[in-house]
Design a protein around this ligand. Structure first.
Ligand SMILES: [Zn+2]
Ligand SMILES: [Zn+2]
Length: 137
């Protein structure tokens, strides 16, 4: 059991890995459709207007952007609201800019290769031991 405070309403709740309580998640789902419909009808708008006209708080809109459910380029700009967590460049959605996403995935791939090599040499020595054991039997 893991009790944390909801990032939106500050209410303590039992989490299954989410940072928002079920009530807020349900509300955010509703807000998402309201915001999405508003953006669909008002292509050239901005964040302040979206929040003002839909009554959805900036915190929730920001949350939807971070989750990648909303795209800022759909709103027509609003650059600088979200920045890349590595290089601080303005981005439209998610947490990292494209360049950093590529860099991170390359680094991760490198780690995987190194780990695979280590695992392989471990497996080699294990199979060597294994065959030695078979011989002894
Ligand atoms: Zn909540
Ligand atoms: Zn970046």
């Amino acid at each position: 059991m893991n009790i944390i405070q909801c990032i939106f309403c500050k209410k303590p709740f039992q989490t299954l890995g989410r940072k928002a309580c079920p009530d807020c998640l349900e509300q955010i789902d509703k807000d998402f459709f309201v915001v999405r419909d508003y953006i669909y009808e008002h292509k050239q708008t901005n964040m302040d207007k979206v929040s003002e006209e839909t009554g959805v708080s900036m915190q929730i809109i920001r949350h939807l952007l971070k989750e990648g459910r909303l795209q800022l380029d759909e709103i027509g700009g609003g650059g600088g609201l979200l920045v890349c967590e590595r290089c601080r460049k303005p981005i439209n959605s998610g947490k990292l800019c494209k360049a950093c996403t590529d860099k991170v995935s390359n680094t991760m791939k490198g780690n995987v290769d190194a780990r695979a090599a280590a695992a392989k040499s471990a497996a080699d020595s294990a199979s060597f031991k294994g065959s030695a054991k078979v011989k002894n039997k």
